[in-house]
Design a protein around this ligand. Structure first.
Ligand code: UGA
Length: 410
């Protein structure tokens, strides 16, 4: 279990990054204070029913309930050795908004000025240094690289740990993560902050790149982006991951972080041409699906659609910046009659079906909008109507009328 000394660690912000960080560090034997200003959220954590769906989180919290204190009171963190800040940093009008970081620092500094304060939230390069000067405290940057749905695994088995700031403070914070055995990069705060943006922008670009190749494959007989991705991914310099063509990336990170990087560049008098292009390619993904529908049915008015998936990716109930939700809205606004099936989501106002078996006979077409593995069940259902696979999870040979993103069709 515990590798180094047991520490008193506070985590401010109980979103999915904060709650996973708190639970994993509690499991390492540290004393954790988990703080959020939302009392309803805190009550749910206390009652053992976290308001966040993340595989394994419930069990981890239950196992460590004796060394996790949930609170809304900043006085509870007055003895903490280290305070992680994991509050949201949304993009408003294209620019990062740091209000939550400011309000946490305004609440932390009167009760504890001795702790190492670590910004885990994604912030644009230079933010940590500005906060250090403004609040007269030491700030360490320790960006997270975890994926929703895989957050606990990624926190325990990260590819790397990046810590930026005063070397002595950074080394102290790095020790907390030594149990992961991952390579640790200690650097400047600015580099650490930039590594987070550059990573997300690069991954988003990889997805848009393969989506652009998918567009070409759709027009070339006998070609299929899945095989092309496999072929290029075997080159070690490229690698096989994040080359899945589909209806585009969404979520709370890629769209926001690419936009923030574009804005940072503008402020610096530079232009991130590649990141801008990735964003544009992504914004055009939904139109590709609409074109297939138009070809098949003409106008969308009255077309009965079963949309499979509404979350931004599989294994999550998160619909933030979901391409699937954008597709739904477009279809609905254009008169289609849509039924949604999603294993986790039941958003108010959407017409859901509880079982695919129940609604499959009443629709004209099925669209796969999220890559939930269980949607492969369609393969055994002898589906006769057209299936548009926007995430390339199905075996084309199992369907009579199949359109896959990135597969030739005339
Ligand atoms: C992403 C990064 O993967 C994490 O490393 C990072 O820490 C996190 O953002 C963050 O900044 O907090 P996440 O938003 O959970 O994690 O989602 P991903 O698994 O990266 O997927 C993002 C989107 O890309 C999804 O909509 C997914 O459907 C899409 N995607 C992903 C593709 O279309 N193709 C792929 O090959 C991979």
């Amino acid at each position: 279990m515990v590798q180094g000394d047991i520490m008193k660690i506070a985590v401010v912000g109980m979103g999915f990054v904060g709650s996973v960080t708190a639970a994993v560090l509690a499991d390492q034997g540290n004393d954790i204070v988990a703080l959020d200003i939302d009392s309803e959220k805190i009550e749910r954590f206390k009652s053992g029913e976290p308001p966040i769906f993340e595989p394994g989180l419930n069990d981890l919290m239950a196992r460590n309930k004796n060394n996790m204190e949930f609170t809304t009171d900043y006085h509870s963190i007055r003895d903490s050795d280290v305070i992680f800040i994991a509050v949201p940093t949304p993009t408003i009008n294209g620019k990062i908004n740091l209000d939550y970081i400011h309000s946490s620092l305004k609440s932390i500094t009167p009760v504890n000025r001795d702790a190492k304060i670590v910004i885990k939230s994604t912030v644009v390069p230079g933010t940590g240094t500005r906060m250090e000067n403004e609040y007269k405290i030491k700030i360490v940057s320790n960006p997270e690289f975890l994926r929703e749905g895989m957050a606990i695994y990624d926190t325990i088995h990260p590819d790397r740990i990046v810590v930026g700031g005063d070397p002595e403070y950074a080394k102290f914070v790095a020790k907390i993560w030594e149990f992961t055995k991952a390579p640790i990069l200690i650097t400047t705060r600015e580099n650490a902050e930039m590594i987070k943006y550059a990573s997300n922008a690069f991954l988003a670009t990889k997805i848009s790149f393969i989506n652009e190749i998918a567009n070409l494959c759709e027009k070339i007989p006998n070609s299929d982006v899945e095989t092309v991705a496999k072929g290029i991914g075997l080159d070690k310099r490229i690698g096989p991951l994040f080359l899945k063509a589909g209806i585009g990336y969404g979520g709370s990170c890629f769209p926001k972080d690419t936009q923030a990087l574009i804005s940072v560049a503008e402020e610096l008098g530079e232009e991130t041409k590649i990141v801008k292009a990735s964003k544009k390619v992504n914004e055009e993904r939904i139109e590709r699906i609409i074109k297939i529908l138009n070809k098949k049915f003409g106008a969308l008015k009255g077309v009965k659609i079963l949309q499979m998936g509404i979350s931004f990716k599989e294994n999550t109930n998160d619909i933030r910046e979901s391409q699937a939700l954008k597709l739904y809205e477009y279809l609905k606004n254009n008169g289609a009659i849509i039924t949604v099936y999603d294993p986790l989501n039941k958003i108010d106002g959407l017409n859901y079906c509880n079982s695919v078996f129940d609604c499959i006979n009443d629709v004209d077409v099925i669209i796969i909008a999220t890559e939930w593995p269980e949607f492969k069940m369609l393969e055994d259902m002898k589906v006769k109507i057209p299936v548009i696979d926007g995430r390339r999870i199905l075996d084309p040979d199992k369907f009579e009328d199949y359109y896959g993103v990135g597969m030739f069709h005339d």
